[in-house]
Ligand binder design. Structure first.
Ligand SMILES: Nc1ncnc2c1ncn2[C@@H]1O[C@H](COP(=O)(O)OP(=O)(O)O)[C@@H](O)[C@H]1O
Ligand SMILES: [Mg+2]
Length: 233
């Protein structure tokens, strides 16, 4: 079964009297274990696509299915639940809380389930180890490098054990060597953990780390290409 599916999705934004069609009939499905790059020029609808996929934004028409459930047909509470438990987000500027330590940042999504912070600590530290940050658990964001901040954010995206990770330009604020390590980590999360990872990028080198490249232009999907199944050598 597809983890996430879009069926003929249109998303219009109303700005004053103008209507902007950010997505123009996109049909697309992602499966577990697949690392997908979403490419295209600025303004082509990449971020809108990611937000709609993750249930952060609703289409004007068309359907979004998560675990086979149509998001337009569930209640707001169910949508919030699905979004929190099935999808993890990673952002270009990390979006970490500056006053919290690395492990506390990783633990934050669990607090909304009423789990006490101290009980999540072990899991958070294990995830920091997983992303190569053992020994940095007590560091605050100001005490970490850009690549390390993105690793903390990736650990946080995994803490609810979601089937899908959605990343919007996760290497956009990193130098190319640091960015490559982040791409390796995301590929591992797709292939070893069998999650679906969808990454927006306008960097062709970043796309080459993935299994599949889809390209948007003016809100339309103009390319959908499966690369080497095994990923890069
Ligand atoms: N909240 C919004 N309100 C109005 N227009 C928007 C909004 N979000 C995106 N758009 C418009 O939709 C189009 C696609 O935007 P976006 O998905 O951010 O593109 P990309 O991420 O590829 O740069 C752009 O023309 C943009 O100006
Ligand atoms: Mg964008």
């Amino acid at each position: 079964m597809a983890e996430l599916e879009l069926r003929d999705v249109v998303r219009d934004f109303q700005v004053g009297k103008q209507s902007v069609r950010a997505l123009d009939g996109v049909t697309f499905a992602v499966r577990e274990g697949q690392f997908v790059a979403v490419t295209g020029p600025s303004g082509s609808g990449k971020s809108t696509l990611l937000h709609v996929l993750g249930g952060l934004d609703q289409p004007t028409s068309g359907a979004v299915l998560m675990d086979g459930r149509e998001l337009g047909a569930v209640t707001d509470d169910e949508l919030a639940e699905l979004r929190r438990h099935r999808v993890g987000f990673v952002f270009q500027f990390f979006n970490l809380l500056p006053t919290l330590s690395a492990w506390e940042n990783v633990a934050v999504p669990r607090l909304l389930d009423g789990v006490p912070l101290t009980r999540v600590r072990g899991d958070a530290e294990a995830l920091l180890g997983r992303v190569g940050l053992a020994g940095r658990a007590e560091h605050r964001p100001a005490e970490l490098s850009g690549g390390q901040l993105q690793r903390v954010a990736i650990a946080r995206s995994l803490v609810m054990n979601p089937a899908v990770i959605l990343a919007d330009e996760p290497t956009g604020n990193l130098d190319s060597k640091t960015g490559t390590r982040i791409l390796e980590l995301l590929a591992e999360i797709a292939h070893d953990d069998r999650r679906a990872v969808v990454m927006v990028t306008h960097d062709p080198a970043a796309a080459s780390w993935t299994d599949r490249v889809v390209e948007l232009q003016d809100g339309r999907l103009i390319r959908d290409e499966v690369l080497d199944e095994a990923g890069p050598a």
